[in-house]
Write a protein that binds this ligand. Structure first.
Ligand SMILES: C[S@@+](CC[C@H](N)C(=O)[O-])C[C@H]1O[C@@H](n2cnc3c(N)ncnc32)[C@H](O)[C@@H]1O
Length: 249
């Protein structure tokens, strides 16, 4: 990347970050040069800035976790519109904790559990829980393997969905910086989503609504896998791509 490829609004944000780091409005130039060099090397702007707004909370981000995407903020909107006071929520593959924490903020009376296979991600989610003063139960689990309770009203998951063989064609900003465990969805990209659906059925979790964020190209297959559930809906994201599956069991 060269400096002409960096849009002015990004340069402005880097300048603001340099001012924040140095605590100076005028003597920030060497810090700015350092941050700019990181950006020129392809590091995502959000990792350099170290935090992002997510819906109505602030989330710290670094290389331990995937950077929450705008589509996931819209998933929160969908949950909000389609749920009535859930008492118990589980977020599978919580990453930074963004979904779980934001739901705890929306439903302060609810119990929010959040798991991830990555201990590093769980550390960052814990930091985010403390920063936001939102209490959620974080624990390590390979999908539902260490989930003991079955009385969830909502299970939400934004699991890795990129087919292994296409990982190398992703932008280097993604594949060189974001953790592989947050991206790699196995041979067809559906490994974890299909496994999660199977585990919900094996544990016989009932009376729940499952909210999934999925890759557009996987939507039909996942809908077919869920066709025997009580009610299944597909929702589009803000750019009209099939993106969310909402299923009741
Ligand atoms: C696409 S990221 C999403 C993170 C966060 N939920 C969000 O929406 O920004 C997927 C997350 O799933 C986690 N993950 C991957 N495989 C998993 C598994 N087998 N069990 C639980 N979590 C897993 C990753 O560590 C990562 O944090």
């Amino acid at each position: 990347m060269n400096i002409q490829q960096i849009p002015e609004h990004e340069l402005a944000r880097l300048r603001e970050k340099a001012k924040e780091i140095t605590g100076s409005q005028s003597d920030y130039h060497s810090s700015y040069t350092e941050l700019l060099t990181r950006r020129l090397n392809g590091e995502p702007l959000q990792y350099i800035e170290e935090y992002i707004p997510f819906y109505s909370i602030q989330i710290n981000v670094d290389q331990r976790c995937l950077i929450p995407r705008p589509e996931t903020e819209f998933l929160i909107e969908l949950i909000k519109n389609k749920s009535e006071n859930p008492k118990k929520i589980l977020d599978v593959g919580t990453g930074t904790g963004c979904i779980a924490l934001m739901l705890k903020k929306l439903y302060p009376e609810s119990t929010v559990d959040a798991c991830d296979i990555s201990l590093e991600a769980l550390d960052l989610a814990k930091e985010n829980s403390e920063i936001n003063n939102l209490e959620i139960n974080l624990f390590q689990s390979d999908l539902l393997s260490d989930v003991e309770e079955v009385d969830y009203d909502i299970i939400v998951a934004n699991l890795p969905y990129i087919p292994t063989k296409t990982l190398s064609s992703l932008e280097s900003e993604v594949v060189d910086y974001e953790p592989l465990v947050a991206l790699d969805g196995g041979i067809d990209g559906l490994l974890y989503i299909n496994k999660l659906i199977k585990e919900i059925e094996e544990k016989d979790i009932r009376n729940l609504t499952l909210f999934l964020e999925v890759d557009t190209s996987h939507a039909t297959t996942i809908l077919n896998n869920l066709s025997h559930w009580k009610q299944v809906e597909l929702e589009k994201d803000l750019v009209e791509r099939d993106r969310y599956i909402i299923a009741k069991r």
